[in-house]
Design a protein around this ligand. Sequence first.
Ligand SMILES: [Mn+2]
Length: 244
Amino acid sequence: MANNTKQLNQIELLPGVRIIDLVLQIGTTIVVGDVHIGIEEALNKQGIMIPRFHFGEIMGRMERILEQARPEKVILIGDVKHEFGMISEQEWRETLQFLDLLLAHAKEVVLIRGNHDTILGPIARKRNLTVQDQAILGDILLLHGDKIPSLLPPGIATIIIGHEHPAVTIRDKIRAETYKCFLKGTYKKKKLIVLPSFHPMSEGTNILQEELLSPFLHQDLSSFEVYIAGDTTYYFGKVKNLLC
Ligand SMILES: [Mn+2]
């Protein structure tokens, strides 16, 4: 992992839309995928014993991105917190700390509702933030991606979603490694970008094999392009060339 002095490299996905590490920079805005704060506690309750050191990693990584990108606005594209239907102590504490980090670096924080965010509202209100179903930046529509709105706003050329946690598993003879990735393709003649999840614990869904969650991705993905995400971004070409 890069240290604080190393510049994260940047790849332009579309004109004016750049990848920095696991997030997108669009002008003076950064867009962050599913953070899933509290997933460790939720799994612990189910008897899955995983350590809880990830929050520090989330904060450190986010801070490094904020220092490089210096955004005016941060958009969280949904599933900020993990647990359905209740807010655990860990989530209250950590979600507020995470929002405070964002608010210390940016003037505005926009929360988009995810399918895990049914009661994010009370946390958001503590910082005078609202939770909304979507956001628009110029001709870009941002939404979580768990459902398709019945009406897309007019003048939209690009749709950006989270929710899917896309990743690709690359195999060689002796091992298989899974990497978080950005996907770029189309949905009904609009450009579609899918963000990787921001949580370090799970790499995500291997889009080459597993069934996909988002209705935006219930289509032929063979010409979608894959960008492996992380400290360094790698263009991996089209999905069809990765299937073997
Ligand atoms: Mn989701």
